[in-house]
Write a new protein. Sequence first.
Length: 146
Amino acid sequence: MSRNDRDRQFMRASADKFSATIREAQNSALTGDMVQGQRPCSFSVITTGLTYEVNARTYDPSDFTQSCASASDQTSLIPVTPFDRGVSLSAHPGTLTFGNQFADITDGISSGSSVQYLLENSSFQYTVCVFRSGRVENRGFGDLSC
């Protein structure tokens, strides 16, 4: 197997693993998963250039001074995970949040119909698109736009 083939496999595996993590956060929001005996108000995928993690945000709904937006209690569900060898994110929103009622996407940046994550290594680029409709799609080695 050539180095080019290995780079391509690592890229595809990284994109598959990352999009599965996004889907897991989305599914947790849609199904109302409990975390430490509480129902989180949101699940967030937090990215840096080289890592990602999933957090759940909770608050006490009986405390009328709090809301999900002001909640400070966060629980790490998927700890910081590095991308596979040589793969990094060159474009990402930083935080992608799924609300627990309708899995609405809020990223603090984009008001369009999708959020784009661009993964790259020394040889290839690969896009993971998250659409406001909830669809998560990997875009391979040709069409990188969402």
